[in-house]
Design a protein around this ligand. Structure first.
Ligand SMILES: Cc1cc2nc3c(=O)[nH]c(=O)nc-3n(C[C@H](O)[C@H](O)[C@H](O)COP(=O)(O)OP(=O)(O)OC[C@H]3O[C@@H](n4cnc5c(N)ncnc54)[C@H](O)[C@@H]3O)c2cc1C
Length: 487
């Protein structure tokens, strides 16, 4: 029987995987293929490695295997179809402009060869092309978008994990001239690469040593259950407090596709949780959907400001390429403890709390007037949950140039934010340990502490901890001045 190929990319799970379920329903033997994208950002690569290892184990337990390929996707799939005689190729949809174009081209080429090629929704509760405002235009504001999404039919039901996945043997490579893939697989047969050959893990130094989370489908389900059994009861009240551990920690799992939003949605519907916590939490999942919605309808979001008024804004003026300022921010050495705790949390754990992301991002674009793309790139490389839609849309939101964005005059005060959301100073003490002996009242602004208090706490400003790289009121006034020209 001809095999059916299932491509895995950002959907590294077996349950609630519509393409896999549809492939199993054909009754054909399956070739489960992971196609590696060389562009995986650094921290996320660590997650990807472990998630792929988990997927390999799950497939083996069900009598199947994961074939790992890299190189040009069109050539790889084309050559695999030729060599295996596969007549069907299924995959999950992706939504970034380059991914849409690549998958559309793949579909066209496969169909031209007489192969049945079909994509499925595995990543979003609602496809972006199913929701428009009353004028027929895409939404640009979250609340009406989410209300419209909630009025739609309920998301499709969750699909079970197939018990058995009939496996087709990996074919030898066909050496039929024009069909050969120009890749390392050429003339070697379709040797599945080992996970190690993808070289996804850091070695020297091992900067991932303190990364958090258990990648993979099982880790994702445990994470969801732990959240539902515990922290969700504090979600609405404490989700803004970085040291409260009141959020789900599901973002890297969602990014990698260890879990689907449908599984989260239905787990929440059946759970014994308050309506307030459930609705607040699901509306955050809604922000993820909205990010993908914006990316789909406004693909320019990746590179240019959604709000056209900002496109000529002279970010930073002469400071725009001020590497010392940017590096002080990246390394958590700005002299503002809340910003520094946030940036160090990111570097050490690969994750940053949402409130901290807003404070750190706002500091870069408003206090330092650095181009939001600089920050976006740094987050992209260092976040375990680096997500093309959420990262881009959120940076534009903070900068004030995106959809439903924070108004230009909302400039987070990093001192007040610390006093409000890190009241006891636990978060700052954890990530800025050189300040841990300071009384809580001075933790947000160590320079305001009396000399004797600083001495007692063994803090020497400018030596053990930096003085602020910009003065808050002056930076705020400069930002307001620059940004109000756009209003
Ligand atoms: C500047 C900036 C950059 C960001 N970059 C990313 C990113 O690259 N990847 C990413 O997944 N999130 C990003 N976020 C959104 C948010 O900070 C994280 O999703 C959240 O902190 C993840 O923690 P959690 O899973 O415990 O979230 P929870 O509060 O438990 O939320 C549940 C899920 O909802 C989604 N979500 C929550 N808040 C948002 C939001 N504001 N926008 C979009 N989706 C959201 C996430 O998938 C999250 O896992 C960014 C936010 C900012 C301000």
């Amino acid at each position: 029987m001809n095999p059916c190929i299932v491509l895995f990319r950002e959907d590294l799970r077996l349950s609630d995987h519509p393409a896999l379920s549809a492939a199993c329903d054909t009754g054909q033997p399956l070739l489960c293929v992971y196609l590696h994208d060389e562009q995986t950002p650094s921290a996320r690569a660590w997650w990807l490695h472990h998630s792929l290892a988990a997927l390999q184990r799950s497939l083996q337990q069900r009598g199947s295997q994961l074939c790992i390929l890299r190189g040009d996707a069109l050539q790889q799939v084309h050559a695999l179809v030729q060599a295996s005689g596969a007549d069907t190729v299924y995959w999950s949809r992706r939504y970034a402009p380059a991914q849409i174009a690549a998958d559309a081209e793949l579909k066209t080429q496969l169909r031209a060869q007489g192969v049945q090629a079909q994509s499925f929704n595995a990543r979003l509760l609602h496809e972006p092309w199913t929701l428009y405002n009353q004028s027929g235009a895409p939404f640009r504001v979250f609340t009406p978008y989410w209300k419209a999404a909630l009025r739609q039919d309920a998301p499709r039901a969750v699909l079970p994990c197939p018990d058995v996945i009939p496996s087709a043997p990996l074919p030898s490579h066909s050496n039929s001239g024009e069909n050969d893939a120009q890749s390392e697989n050429e003339n070697k047969g379709f040797r599945s690469l080992s996970l190690e050959e993808l070289n996804l893990l850091p070695s020297q130094p091992n900067w991932a040593a303190n990364f958090v989370g258990v990648p993979g489908e099982e880790g994702a389900q445990e994470c969801l259950q732990r959240f539902i059994n515990g922290a969700i009861s504090r979600y609405a009240a404490q989700r803004d407090q970085p040291s409260a551990a009141a959020t789900s920690c599901l973002s890297a799992h969602l990014q990698c596709g260890d879990i689907s939003p449908h599984q989260i949605w239905y787990a929440l519907q059946g759970a014994d949780v308050s309506a307030k916590d459930r609705e607040k939490f699901l509306s955050e999942v809604g922000w993820r959907e909205f990010s993908y919605y914006l990316l789909y309808h406004f693909p320019q979001l990746l590179t240019e400001e959604l709000n056209a008024k900002f496109r000529d804004f002279p970010w930073g003026g002469e400071d725009a390429t001020n590497r010392p300022l940017i590096q002080a921010w990246q390394r958590g050495q700005t002299g503002y403890p809340m910003v520094d705790a946030a940036m160090r949390e990111l570097w050490q754990t690969g994750i940053m709390h949402n409130r901290s992301r807003m404070i750190a991002a706002s500091f870069l674009v408003k206090h330092l007037l650095i181009d939001w793309r600089e920050g976006m790139r740094w987050f992209w490389e260092t976040l375990l949950d680096a997500d093309i839609a959420a990262n881009t849309a959120s940076w534009q939101w903070v900068a004030g140039c995106g959809a439903d964005a924070a108004p230009y005059f909302r400039i987070f005060n990093p001192i007040i934010q610390a006093q409000k959301f890190d009241t006891e100073g636990d978060y700052i003490r954890r990530f800025v340990p050189e300040l841990r002996r300071l009384p809580a009242q001075y933790l947000a602004s160590p320079w305001s502490a009396p000399e004797a208090t600083l001495r007692m706490a063994q803090v020497e400003l400018g030596s053990t901890y930096p003085r602020p790289i910009v003065e808050h009121s002056a930076a705020r006034a400069r930002a307001l001045d620059a940004l109000k020209s756009l209003s």
